[in-house]
Design a protein. Structure first.
Length: 112
């Protein structure tokens, strides 16, 4: 019996927002890569994100190790998008000091 080698696509899929997710789970690629870079094993990552399969995690990490430049570029884009969203949210919110002042003004004074 001879083994037939077949190419496999990485277990990644792009969701409707453009984010890469692992296998059929909702786990983001950046979460897996960050955990791996922090020293977590695929088994540990699987414990953190049990909706992923161990085989998919190994496949994603192998793909990352073979395509580090492309994945790092993708992660950089995602970080930039996150910064832009954070900036938009912060610019649309009022000053939190003013909110705190209003809340404290509503606080009933306790009689001694």
């Amino acid at each position: 019996m001879s083994l037939v080698l077949q190419p496999e696509a990485p277990p990644l899929r792009r969701d409707s927002s453009g984010a890469l997710r692992v296998g059929n789970s909702r786990v983001l690629l950046e979460l897996v890569i960050r955990a791996f870079e922090d020293g977590a094993t695929p088994e540990t990552i699987n414990q953190q994100y049990p909706t992923t399969s161990l085989a998919d995690l190994y496949g994603v990490i192998a793909y990352y190790l073979r395509h580090r430049n492309e994945i790092d570029a993708y992660l950089g884009e995602r970080e930039q998008q996150a910064r832009e969203v954070r900036r938009r949210i912060e610019s649309s919110q009022e000053d939190l000091a003013a909110v705190r002042h209003r809340l404290l003004a509503r606080k009933p004074v306790l009689a001694a």
